[in-house]
Each structure stands twice: as structure tokens, then as C-alpha cells.
Design a protein around this ligand. Structure first.
Ligand code: OAD
Length: 234
């Protein structure tokens, strides 16, 4: 049994991290063109750094919830049986890791990693992004940006993701609105390959009609119950 799980902001909602497109979501308060595009960073890097510094501060106080823990347990239990969980997240938070997940594919990057815009060097960093801090790799200042994939940039690990999707027996999307590609297209790809599909979300997503099975409710309740069911059926 190979299970491909795609998570989105909804899985971290009960941990107090805001989603993007819900009422009160991040993109209702900020203009994504200003804070989540290379053009926005070029125009006003201080504004972009301030936006991500606030998000880093939020993340420092956030703890994983029952849904993150259930997926970490699922990975361990599947591995013990010779099965596999491929955990792919659109989230830039580290709550899967904090819940104990060992292998997490961050296709949209990681908030707690700083990238140098000059030389692309990466370094783990939970503190604020500071323009004056010199890059440890190239020595230049002014390049500190979050290691987050912005609109107009290419998501990470796409080869690994496509390989894992093509080998999966079950594709499950959790807490994602299904509005950002390429992730939003995974369910249709899975379906075209004959892979069973399941959506777990608070409400039907934009892609709800494509999924074979749909489970609606808060991730912190629905995901642990789903994990129990999967393990009982193995
Ligand atoms: P969205 O904000 O677009 O969607 C979040 C989904 O989670 C919605 O469908 C909600 O109904 C659902 N939801 C909210 N609370 C939930 C809960 N407690 N339990 C289960 N589901 C819940 O977030 P994403 O789909 O992750 O990109 O957004 C995709 C990408 O757009 C993000 O990765 C981000 C954003 O711009 C980058 O940062 C590059």
C-alpha cells in the first residue's frame, strides 16, 4: 500500500496558523502580488521581509495538532508493514516535522529557511530576515529572502512528486482549497492513472467533484479517524 498525502493550510488551521483563502485568510488582508511574487520583493523588499518575519513569529508559537500527529503515526505504521506514506505539503510551516514526521516534501518551500537571493544558498533560520546580514556563502548583503516559492516561481521536488504519484495506490488531499497549481492538478492526474482519491477538508474544495471519497469536517477530528480506518483495513 502506497499512500500519497497532499496537505494544505487547512491542516494547520487548528494550530492557529491562518489559511489563505478562507474568510479572514491571509490573502484577504494582504495583496499577494506585493508580498508573494519576485516582482513584489524587487519593488519593496522591506515590506516582504516584514510580512514573512511576522509569519515566522507566529510559527514559533504554534504547535502541531491531532491531524499532524496522526499522519506521523501513519508513516511509522505503514513503514513497519513494508508500506509507504509519501507526505507532500504545500505548507511552509514545520508542524509535520514538529509532530514527528521524518520525511516531508515541502513543494512550496520552508518558512524557517533563509535563501540568499544573490547566490541561492540556504540556511535554517527562525529569526527575522535582515537586509544588512551578510550571506555566509557569498558575503553579500541585501539578499535575505524566505525559502518560499512565490507566485511565478517553480515549485520544488516536482520530479520526486510525479514519481511518487505515479506509484501511489491512494491519493489523499487534506485541508487544501484546490486553487493553486500544480498541486491542485494532482487529483486529476491520480484519477487518470486509476488511483483511488479522497478529499478531507472543512468543506468541498474547488476540485471536490474529482474525488472518489469526500470526508468533511475539521482536520483535527477527521484525519485521526481516517488514519484509524486505514490502519484497521490493512
Ligand atoms: P487555502 O487557504 O487556499 O485553503 C485552505 C483550505 O482548508 C480551505 O478549503 C478550507 O476550507 C480548509 N480548511 C480550513 N480550516 C480547516 C480545518 N480546520 N480542517 C480542514 N480543512 C480546513 O490554502 P491552500 O490550499 O494550502 O502558497 O493554498 C495553497 C497555496 O496558496 C499555499 O501553499 C500558499 C497559498 O498562496 C504559497 O505560500 C507559495
Amino acid at each position: 500500500m502506497k499512500i500519497f498525502v497532499l496537505t494544505g493550510a487547512g491542516i494547520s488551521a487548528e494550530s492557529g496558523l491562518g489559511t489563505f483563502r478562507d474568510k479572514d485568510g491571509v490573502w484577504t488582508k494582504y495583496d499577494l502580488a506585493e508580498v508573494a511574487t519576485p516582482e513584489g520583493f524587487a519593488k519593496d523588499p522591506a515590506k516582504v521581509r516584514a510580512f514573512y518575519n511576522a509569519r515566522r513569529a507566529n510559527l514559533a508559537g504554534a504547535a502541531p495538532n491531532a491531524a499532524h500527529f496522526a499522519l506521523a503515526r501513519l508513516a511509522v505504521e505503514l513503514a513497519a508493514r513494508g508500506d509507504d506514506l509519501f507526505l507532500c505539503t504545500q505548507n511552509v510551516d514545520d508542524l509535520h516535522e514538529k509532530a514527528g514526521s521524518k520525511r516531508v516534501i515541502h513543494m512550496h518551500g520552508e518558512l524557517a529557511v533563509t535563501r540568499c537571493a544573490h547566490c541561492q544558498a540556504l540556511r535554517p533560520d527562525v529569526g527575522p530576515l535582515i537586509a544588512e546580514t551578510a550571506c555566509e556563502a557569498c558575503g553579500r548583503t541585501g539578499g535575505a529572502r524566505p525559502h518560499v516559492v512565490w507566485f511565478g516561481e517553480t515549485p520544488l521536488f516536482m520530479d520526486e512528486i510525479e514519481d511518487a504519484l505515479s506509484e501511489a495506490d491512494l491519493f489523499v488531499a487534506i485541508g487544501t482549497s484546490g486553487s493553486v497549481y500544480p498541486a491542485a492538478g494532482f487529483v486529476a492526474e491520480a484519477r487518470a492513472m486509476g488511483i483511488a482519491t479522497c478529499e478531507i477538508n472543512l468543506e468541498p474544495s474547488a476540485n471536490a467533484y474529482v474525488f472518489d471519497e469526500k470526508l468533511y469536517g475539521p482536520a483535527g477530528e477527521v484525519v485521526p479517524a481516517w488514519v484509524e480506518r486505514v490502519l484497521a483495513a490493512l
